[in-house]
Write a new protein. Structure first.
Length: 319
């Protein structure tokens, strides 16, 4: 992958936003099964840990060839560990490196990582420059409007670009109001003419149509939480109407998680997704009480097949 990857990608660029605990390999595969044209980004992973050879983190970053192009998101603040972590990601075959400067978690911010870098332009630029000068892969940055407002957004973004970033993705909220408030896309529309690199918007986008409407003069958008239990959010046709139609992909999701993490961990982690998948199903509360206790693939199949039959009868009776 070359540095100009993002510039040559067909517009609008559509992607699955990186989300810790959700955007793992199995879920990325599921979303790309719905729409093979989207780009995906890994869960954020510690550059420090990767640079010191933590096998657990390499496993967390592992991906399937069908996910490409997939980008490794790393976080931290030390340029030397970033360079070593970048080499690890290169060797693993990632299409590019994404630097996290947007995570608002208190533990991350306290360590001066994530969105804390939004307050330190010099340190942020040193990280970008260190990575960009030590890889031939495209380098992107994901950040937020700012700490408490969007002041300084334009000079910060231009500095990041000048340091070597090939794409900028902006979550249109601040650190102080990270979620549950309307995204302020107007600041991104003002920023776009100041940049020579693609600008991707993110924050509260609920569908492809919603993304198209909010795109403005920008180059693409990422969908995040709206994909929970609904990877079909990336389909122009929308989600299937019945649970039985959804089940084959839900089963694949379960199998891919188990394939990647083993049956015990994979089954435990699919539970939160299953609870989302049954949203909107009649009698969902009763099924959720069963889904939270699945312990293996056979359990998942048994409960889901029961839901398929129940939903089929319920919908037939409504007709």
């Amino acid at each position: 992958m070359t540095k100009d990857f993002w510039k040559h990608l067909p517009k609008p660029i559509i992607g699955l936003a990186p989300m810790d605990g959700y955007s793992d390999s199995a879920f990325r595969r599921v979303c790309r099964a719905v729409n093979p044209n989207i780009v995906t980004v890994t869960e954020f992973t510690s550059a420090d840990g990767l640079s010191f050879g933590a096998e657990r983190l390499r496993q967390k970053l592992a991906f399937h060839p069908s996910e490409q192009p997939v980008f490794a998101q790393i976080f931290g603040k030390n340029t030397e560990t970033f360079i070593r972590a970048t080499k690890v990601c290169e060797d693993m075959g990632f299409a590019g490196i994404d630097i996290n400067m947007g995570c608002p978690a208190k533990k991350v911010v306290k360590s001066e990582h994530g969105v804390a870098l939004r307050k330190n332009t010099d340190a942020a630029c040193r990280l970008v420059e260190a990575v960009a000068n030590n890889t031939d892969l495209p380098v992107s940055v994901k950040t937020r409007l700012g700490w408490s407002d969007a002041s300084g957004l334009i000079p910060f973004s231009k500095a990041i670009q000048n340091a070597g970033a090939d794409m900028l993705c902006l979550h249109a909220r601040t650190y102080m109001e990270p979620y549950n408030v309307p995204a302020q896309f107007e600041h991104l529309y003002e920023l776009k003419p100041e940049l020579d690199i693609p600008l991707i918007i993110n924050g509260g986008i609920t569908s492809l149509q919603d993304g198209y409407q909010k795109l403005g003069n920008c180059d693409g958008f990422y969908i995040g939480q709206a994909s929970f239990g609904n990877p079909w959010v990336f389909s122009e046709a929308g989600a299937p109407k019945t649970f039985a139609e959804k089940y084959p992909l839900i089963l694949k999701h379960t199998q891919w998680l188990i394939e990647h993490k083993g049956e015990a961990v994979g089954t435990r982690e699919i539970r939160k997704h299953l609870l989302q998948y049954v949203k909107g199903i009649h009698n969902a509360k009763s099924f959720r009480s069963q889904l939270v206790h699945v312990k293996n693939l056979a359990d998942v199949k048994a409960v889901c097949e029961t839901i398929c039959e129940y939903d089929k009868v319920f919908l037939k009776n409504l007709a």
